[in-house]
Ligand binder design. Structure first.
Ligand SMILES: Cc1ncc(COP(=O)(O)O)c(C=O)c1O
Length: 373
């Protein structure tokens, strides 16, 4: 049951932007290459079910998540498209995945062996993960590949339907490591084809690899951060091979406005003191919403103009310095556009010395997501 929203802070998710980004990506891909919409971490903080639905409507053929729980949320939302789970699912939980037709990732022969002992009531599809240099999960050698393939050959309930790898540096300015991973993948793929003759789907590319080398993406590309309209790195952004539309914006409304005399301080620690007569606005967003204390000093937009956050950000409320008195209820944009001004997710990431991926993910569940379509 969706709950009534009373608070006046919200994230807006522009689903049309997601549709647009998928169609721009699809235009660049060869016809046989399908888009996998990556909606892990609640759709990178945008809301997985709504994004997934839009992605499928815009032509994505499949979805991917990190956890079995995330796949089940999509099934509960009546999404019937194929869903791949990237992370390891414990063998004892495989029956749940199988019963919901969820594709799992496998990379350990012991895992296949244990699943084979379960007498699964339904068969389960798996994609095999090869670690070509990411160093996270996946098998690394020809020997491991041969052993795992042998286990799969003996399985009556596990269907191998795909093989994949993941790049560690596809968004870098330099390509050396990326090429090395490609070479390792080619080597494993050649060997695999010599020992496994049934068809499988092959996929290697995240946003960065697929934007840069669309023609080399085999059967699928895994569209994550750029489906949401964000570039995977400054290098990819500068190349501008694709025009993306950001889907995420963040807004609040003035809850209180006051005029202070010079010499008055604001918030915990009294770290900001007015040096002249100053209008201060209060907005109902704080670090419990993911708007963390390090954002003190960042700008927000009011009336199409930039105004700074002053004083410490508190758990639930943040103060901003206004250029004049505005009515309570005036919209404040923390990420997004007002008039000809824009605060990009990238600007907030830079302020926090992190990557743009982290920003929508860190805006907590307490901030309702409103969908524009
Ligand atoms: C295995 C895998 N594939 C694809 C992606 C999507 O990557 P990106 O968001 O850079 O497109 C991720 C995200 O981290 C991932 O873990």
């Amino acid at each position: 049951m969706s709950r009534q929203i009373y608070r006046s802070t919200w994230a807006e998710v522009d689903l049309n932007a997601i549709g647009y980004n998928i169609s721009e990506m699809r235009k660049r891909l060869p016809d046989h290459c399908e888009v996998v919409g990556v909606v892990k971490a609640d759709g990178y903080g945008h809301g997985a079910p709504a994004v997934a639905e839009k992605a499928l409507e815009a032509g994505a053929a499949m979805l991917a998540v990190a956890l079995l729980e995330e796949a089940l949320v999509l099934r509960e939302a009546r999404i019937t498209a194929p869903i791949l789970v990237f992370g390891r699912v414990a063998p004892q939980d495989v029956p749940v995945a199988a019963s919901q037709n969820i594709i799992l990732t496998c990379f350990q022969k012991e895992w296949v062996h244990e699943v084979n002992q379960l007498n699964l009531p339904y068969p389960v599809d798996v994609h095999m993960k090869w670690d070509t240099g990411m160093g996270r999960v996946g098998l690394r050698t020809k020997e491991e590949l041969a052993e795992l393939t042998e286990e799969l050959r003996n399985s009556k309930r596990i269907n191998l339907t795909g093989v994949y790898t993941h790049f560690a540096t596809a968004d870098d300015a330099g390509f050396e490591y990326f090429k090395m991973q490609n070479n390792r993948f080619d080597y494993l793929l050649q060997f695999f084809k010599s020992i496994w003759h049934k068809p499988v789907d092959v996929h290697i590319g995240n946003s960065a690899a697929s934007i840069r080398f669309p023609e080399r993406m085999y059967d699928h590309m895994r569209f994550g951060v750029s489906m949401y309209g964000l570039y995977p790195s400054d290098a990819v952004k500068a190349e501008r091979d694709i025009e993306l539309q950001p889907a995420f914006s963040l807004h609040s409304r003035l809850a209180h406005v006051k005029r202070l005399a010079p010499g008055e301080s604001i918030s915990y620690g009294a770290t900001y003191t007015t040096d002249e007569e100053t209008y201060i606005g209060t907005i109902p967003i704080g670090y419990a919403d993911g708007w963390i204390r390090k954002l003190q000093g960042a700008d927000v937009l009011v009336d199409g103009k930039r105004m700074p956050i002053v004083g410490r950000i508190t758990m639930d409320q943040t103060m901003i310095k206004l250029d004049q008195a505005y009515p309570v209820g005036t919209q404040v944009t923390l990420i997004g556009k007002q008039g000809d001004q824009e605060i990009e997710v990238d600007e907030i990431a830079e302020k926090l010395e992190t990557i743009n991926y982290e920003i929508p993910c860190m805006i907590s569940e307490r901030v309702p997501r409103k969908y524009k379509s």
